[in-house]
Ligand binder design. Structure first.
Ligand code: RIB
Length: 283
């Protein structure tokens, strides 16, 4: 059965600059290419989960600019349900992304409409409540993330937090979410908190699970060209696969995250379920 997943998060119009080396403060560098693409952690996660076989609704905010229609079209084309999309007068979110020759990136986000996302409408609340799994990331107001976790708890859904960007104070979030997904460099604030399921992503090393048991799952080896969005693909596929058991969900998420690094740009880098199963079958 396909997982009924609600993703609550950002949608951005990305501009990706490919450079030899990331600039130091005060330095100007020339890019060898410039790629506009759909992005935003919420949108990327929703697309990844839909391609992995989940039935997905996205709760997000778009602006009234030209980017909004393109972003909406990309989500629709990937089978993501848009009942929970709000339109906020003004610009959509956007992101400037630099990717270097080692496939590492740095990202600056202008939140635009994402900064006004709320769960105040009954329609949006119903979209969250009518889910089996709720996946939340943090390029949206903290109150909205907290509200999503509360609705998930009262409706009996599993709540998963992708703690990115890193919050200033994780205390309340750690008490509200069932699962926290965090990258290794930002994991320290979470390891001493009462999170029932902690998933630590370790880039090309795979992922670590800390819960009632401890698991280390390896990622398939790949020649990465761009790691942007790989964490979003990992989180989306993990959420889509969570009802099938932790170990299987982690293995699927690691395989999907590795495949995502083979494609430039974030919004279109998620693999389809056949490719994920092929990689898992081969390892
Ligand atoms: O994780 C990658 C994403 O972060 C990009 O798509 C960008 O929009 C930012 O949200």
């Amino acid at each position: 059965m396909a997982t009924r997943l609600c993703v609550v998060g950002s949608v951005n119009a990305d501009l990706t600059f490919t450079v030899d080396a990331l600039p130091r403060p005060g330095e100007t560098v020339l890019a060898s290419s410039l790629l506009p693409s759909p992005g935003g952690k919420g949108g990327n996660q929703a697309v990844a989960a839909a391609r992995a076989g989940a039935t997905v609704e996205l709760v997000a905010a778009l602006g009234t600019d030209g980017a909004a229609a393109q972003l909406r079209g990309h989500l629709q084309a990937n089978g993501v349900g848009l009942k929970g999309i709000a339109t906020i007068p003004g610009p959509s979110g956007s992101a400037a992304i630099l990717v270097d020759a080692q496939a590492e990136n740095c990202i600056v986000v202008a939140p635009g409409a994402n900064g006004h996302l709320s769960l105040s409408s009954p329609v949006t609340q119903a979209v969250v409540a009518d889910s089996e799994v709720v996946l939340v990331s943090l390029e949206i107001p903290l109150d909205t993330a907290v509200a999503a976790a509360r609705i998930a708890r009262s409706s009996g859904a599993v709540s998963i937090l992708n703690a990115s960007p890193a919050p200033h104070d994780p205390t309340e979030l750690a008490q509200l979410f069932d699962v926290v997904v965090v990258n290794e460099d930002e994991a320290a604030p979470w390891t001493d908190r009462p999170v029932p399921h902690l998933v630590i992503t370790r880039g090309s090393q795979g992922a670590r699970y800390v819960g009632q048991q401890r698991l280390d799952i390896a990622s398939p080896a790949v020649e990465a060209v761009d790691t942007t969005g790989a964490g979003d693909v990992f989180a989306g596929v993990l959420a889509a696969s969570w009802p099938e058991g932790v170990e299987h969900a982690l293995a699927r998420a690691c395989a999907a995250g590795a495949l995502a690094t083979l494609v430039h740009g974030a919004g279109d880098c998620a693999p389809y379920s056949e490719a994920i199963e092929d990689v898992m079958g081969a390892s």
